[in-house]
Design a protein around this ligand. Sequence first.
Ligand code: GLP
Length: 242
Amino acid sequence: MRIICTKDYEEMSLRVADLIAAQILLKPDSVLGLATGSTVAGAYDSLVERCRSGEVDFSKISTVNLDEYIGLAPDHVQSYRHYMNSHLFDHVNIDKSKTNVPSGVAAEPAEECRRYEQLIRDMGGIDLQLLGLGKTCHIGFNEPGERFETITHVVTLNEQTRKDNSRFFASIDEVPKKAVTMGIQTIMSAKTIVLAVNGEGKADALAAALQGDVKPSAPGSILQMHQNVIVVADKAALSKLA
Ligand code: GLP
């Protein structure tokens, strides 16, 4: 595991964008696993700039996103499909038909999970998976207690996570209670993982992920078992590492 320590959020975002840009240069038809949330937004801004300047070419890239809220349609402003379109896909030369986010409104969520997992396999697996980290140490929406061997599945969101994400909604009551998420096994199958973390509020979760026991009560701790993880975190997030 490699840890890149940055002075602040801006530098973290640039380093994350560097890694994704390098992946695209090395393999222009990469399958990128993408994440949502405030942590990764700055990296997407930087990738948009790099695409506009001709430095990065998304034309052969395919993407699969980690997760989606159940009950939110793709055009809902808080859906992760909407997030991806507005932060990245609408502004780069990607073929939108090659971008994938689980459906939050499938009639049969369990069937949607099977379809999504198979889709990732049919695409040949994920070359680079970008991850954020929840305060609960979740990755994707895999909350504490999830079995490590899960593939794409339906989860009930932890109350802390709903509270954390309520900042994007009018009130906590509007935050969905369930989501579809890639499982921990799906995430761990990616060839390279880039974990982005910033801020003091994530320091305990990051310490648990990087230095704590590897156990389902700290889902991010499984990353210690991956052969190719790059952690890009600011000083504040790394402040509780021994
Ligand atoms: C969200 C998402 C995760 C994300 C994490 C951190 O709930 N499901 O994919 O990485 O929590 O979010 P943020 O970056 O907004 O703190």
